[in-house]
Design a protein around this ligand. Structure first.
Ligand SMILES: [Zn+2]
Length: 106
């Protein structure tokens, strides 16, 4: 498995290091421009951001002419969609696709 890094962060790190060497009066490696070019030329990884959420239980109240009771619903912490309590434990939100299997981003 390859490591994924932020291209701009790598470029910024090299530029910062270059400035550090220049400030110290040292000669920076003459091929740094080639390294920067190569980093900028590398293909982007085919990745998707993982949106994480969690099911939040909510107590609802129902009242009509014939009955009155409380019941539990759940709500997606990412998009807010509500589902019946039977969806609690579902790995993904059916509305936004948020991954409910770990720590929430929200
Ligand atoms: Zn959602």
């Amino acid at each position: 498995m390859s490591d994924l890094i932020d291209r701009q962060a790598a470029i910024d790190a090299l530029n910062e290091l270059s400035e550090h060497y220049t400030e110290k009066g040292r000669e920076w490696h003459p091929h740094i421009d080639h390294v920067l070019f190569e980093i900028q030329s590398l293909p982007a990884a085919d990745v998707r951001m993982i949106v994480r959420g969690e099911w939040i239980k909510e107590i609802k109240h129902h009242k009509d002419d014939e009955q009155e009771f409380n019941y539990e619903d759940i709500r997606c912490s990412h998009c807010g969609v509500r589902r019946r309590i039977g969806w609690y434990g579902a790995n993904f939100c059916p509305n936004c696709g948020a991954d409910m299997r770990g720590d929430s981003d929200v």
